[in-house]
Design a protein around this ligand. Sequence first.
Ligand code: TRP
Ligand code: SF4
Length: 400
Amino acid sequence: MYEPRVLSGMRPTGALHLGHYHGVLRNWARLQNEYPCLFFVADWHALTTNYDEPGSIEKNSWDMVIDWLAAGIDPSQSTLFIQSQVPEHAELHLLLSMITPLGWLERVPTYKDQQEKLTEKDLSTYGFLGYPLLQSADILIYRANMVPVGEDQVPHVEFTREIARRFNHLYGREAGFEDKAKAAVKKMGSKKARLFNELRTKFLEQGDDEALGSARALLDEQQNLSRGDRERLFGWLEGSGKKILVEPDALLTAASRMPGLDGQKMSKSYGNTVTLREDADSVTKKIRTMPTDPARVKRTDPGNPENCPVWQLHQVYSDDVRRQWVQTGCTSAGIGCLECKQPVIESVLAEQAPMRERAQAYLDDPTLVKNIIADGCEKARKLAGETMREVREAMGLASS
Ligand code: TRP
Ligand code: SF4
């Protein structure tokens, strides 16, 4: 239904690391080849938890955009922008807050989880409670139907679907809906109109899901219908009102397999990361000093790769031949640990080389980044404005 559109956001929390690259960014880079994509810096979301230390948000935002560009997010394919520069998100957030039951927000699992986890912060604020609703506004304002997120964010997408449904239920019932829908059907031409009505009846009277699918496909083909008419007909088809806001689906991003330097999952809070554009000396030093199988006290002691975090990196970076070399060399004490680490170091540096190179152009000339974001914000504002016009009208507010 509707044009496919992907949207995702990330909070600006500091330099991104290889876990972000293997988990999120490569996925975004792939999606941008398949669909129109919008990716944004969720700086307002960063404020919900970091309102007491806002000093780093702006710098982190620009650095993060450079990390995205370095990782291959291509501004000629994807629209990149910063949330706080598209104030329409805040307007939709406010309007949606009118219809959002407090209990729905209190029941979102991240609300209590984060409050318990971040005990050093006072998160009993209005802004933090509204975190998922702000996220809903981010998604709904672009009528994005695909939202790539990690598992922890799936409840927020589910919540967004419920908000969209509630909104459409409350405000999709415009005066004269039935007549407007019937007039819209006529615009399809008599043959298609008859087919559409037959399929609709089949679905509404017999619950025929196949008929529903065919009717939707038929609507998708109708280039000559206005957006308003399409919204009416998608709703009328299912016996409901106009579908002004689109219910999104989460595109679950497979959890990153990227191990950190200590064998735990790579994460800033574990202090075991290699950042995307970390300099070569630092990367080399970090890997050379990584812990290995504790059984290998002396060079002549055989080891077991299963007990070694370096082996996990070989599983990400090495082919079968090299993995066999590790297995044999480690268990027979035929290779030393530094020897074993060397190809990992080289692979990481090789992966980072094009990223460092792409980033350099933006570091040399920051106006390039500013222009990319200015363009992206303009595109985003235009799309957001179209939705807001309909939302304001549906909620009985004056429009200019
Ligand atoms: N809450 C998301 C996170 O922490 C970031 C985010 C904000 C987001 N708005 C969004 C993700 C909209 C997807 C869609 O990762
Ligand atoms: Fe780990 Fe390699 Fe040393 Fe074996 S040889 S303990 S796999 S670093």
